[in-house]
Write a protein that binds this ligand. Structure first.
Ligand code: TUI
Length: 311
C-alpha cells in the first residue's frame, strides 16, 4: 500500500502499533515492524537507560523502521525525549499530554513526530508546531482515554487539520480500517488486537482475559479525577468504581492503582491488576502471530472495499 502515512513511516502498511506502557517492548515492536507496520517501544514505564537498551534490542531484531512512544506523565519524559534523538529513532508518538516542549528538538533531529490526541483543539495546536501527523484516539481504546468516540473524533480532527490523521480506538479488523478510511483517516493505530498475539510478552492471564472478554466487559475508572482509564472489569475495577461512587479523593484511588498495570502485565494478578484493553476486546477471539493479524486485517480491508459495503 502507498499512502501519506506509509510515506511518513516508511512501512508497507499504514499501521502503527499502540504505545502500550509496560506491554510494548522491543519484541512486540520488532514483530510489528517485521510484519509491515510500525512497531513501537513504549517508554511509559521506562527510564532513559532501559529505553536505550530496548531500542538497541529492537534494532537487533528488525531492520525495518520502528518508533518509540513517550507517555508524557512519565517523570523521565525529558530524558526519554533525548534518548530518542541520541539513538536515531525514526518516529516518536506521545500520549497523555501535550509534547509541545519537545517537538522542536525532535524535528531538528529528523525524528518524525506523531502525537496521540483526543480533541480537535490539541490536533490544531500540534499541527501549528509542525508535527508530521496525529493519532486521533477515541474512547473505545484501552488505557488512558479522552471523551469522544472514534466515530465522532476522527472526522472532526480530519476537518480541523491538513496533516494526515491516523485513527485509533476500536479497530481490530478490516471493517474497522474501511470504516475509518471513510471518515477521512489515512492510517490506523492498533493496540488491543496485539495484546492477543504470540509475540506479545504479557502474562498469559492477560491474554486469556482479552480473548474471553465480551463487548460489555470493560469499564472506565478515574473520570472524577480527570484521568479516565479503560480496563477489563475485575475486582480492582469494581473497587475503584465503588470508591468513585462514594466520592473518594484522587489520592485514595491512586493508592490502590499504583503499580497495578505492572501487576497485570508481569504477574497476571487477576484481582489487583489493571488489565487495560479497548472495547474491541470482545471481538478478539484467538491468539495469533503478529504477521497473521496484520495480513488478515488488510486482506479483510481489501475485500470490504471491493464489496462496496454500501448501505
Ligand atoms: O496515553 C494513552 N493511553 C495510555 S497511557 C497509559 S499509562 C498509564 N498508567 C497508569 C495510569 C494512567 C496511564 C495507559 N494508556 N493514549 C493516548 C491518549 N492521549 N489518549 C488521550 C490522550 C490525551 C488526553 C489529553 C492527550 C492529550 C490530552 O490533553 C493534553 C493537553 O494539554 O491538552
Amino acid at each position: 500500500m502507498n499512502t501519506r502515512v506509509t510515506d511518513i513511516l516508511g512501512t508497507k502498511y499504514p499501521l502503527i502499533q499502540g504505545g502500550m506502557a509496560w506491554v510494548a517492548d522491543a519484541r512486540l515492536a520488532a514483530a510489528v515492524s517485521n510484519g509491515g507496520g510500525l512497531g513501537l517501544v513504549a517508554a511509559g514505564s521506562m527510564d532513559a537507560e532501559l529505553l536505550r537498551k530496548e531500542i538497541r534490542l529492537a534494532q537487533s531484531l528488525t531492520d525495518k523502521p520502528f518508533g518509540v512512544n513517550i507517555m508524557l506523565m512519565n517523570p523521565h519524559a525529558p530524558d526519554l525525549a533525548k534518548v530518542v534523538i541520541e539513538e536515531k529513532v525514526s518516529v516518536v508518538t506521545t500520549g497523555a499530554g501535550s509534547p509541545g516542549k519537545y517537538v522542536e528538538a525532535w524535528k531538528a533531529a529528523g525524528v518524525k513526530v506523531i502525537p496521540v490526541i483526543a480533541s480537535t483543539g490539541l490536533a490544531k495546536r500540534m499541527e501549528s508546531l509542525g508535527v508530521d501527523a496525529v493519532v486521533a484516539e477515541g474512547c473505545e481504546a484501552g488505557g488512558h482515554i479522552g471523551e469522544l468516540t472514534t466515530m465522532a473524533l476522527v472526522p472532526q480532527v480530519v476537518d480541523s487539520v491538513s496533516i494526515p490523521v491516523i485513527a485509533a480506538g476500536g479497530i481490530a479488523d478490516g471493517r474497522g480500517i474501511a470504516a475509518v478510511s471513510m471518515l477521512g483517516a489515512s492510517g490506523i493505530q492498533v493496540g488491543t488486537r496485539f495484546l492477543a498475539s504470540e509475540e506479545c510478552t504479557i502474562h498469559q492471564n492477560y491474554k486469556d482475559l482479552v480473548v474471553k472478554a465480551r463487548d460489555i466487559d470493560s469499564r472506565v475508572t478515574g473520570r472524577s479525577g480527570g484521568h479516565p482509564v479503560r480496563c477489563i472489569k475485575n475486582p480492582l475495577v469494581a473497587e475503584l468504581l465503588e470508591l468513585e461512587k462514594k466520592g473518594a479523593s484522587f489520592e485514595e484511588m491512586e493508592a490502590i492503582t499504583v503499580g497495578s498495570l505492572r501487576k497485570a502485565v508481569k504477574d497476571g494478578d487477576l484481582r489487583e491488576g489493571s488489565f487495560m484493553a479497548g472495547q474491541i476486546a470482545g471481538m478478539v477471539g484467538e491468539i495469533l502471530p503478529v504477521t497473521v493479524i496484520i495480513e488478515k486485517m488488510f486482506a479483510e480491508y481489501e475485500a470490504v472495499v471491493r464489496s462496496g459495503g454500501a448501505i
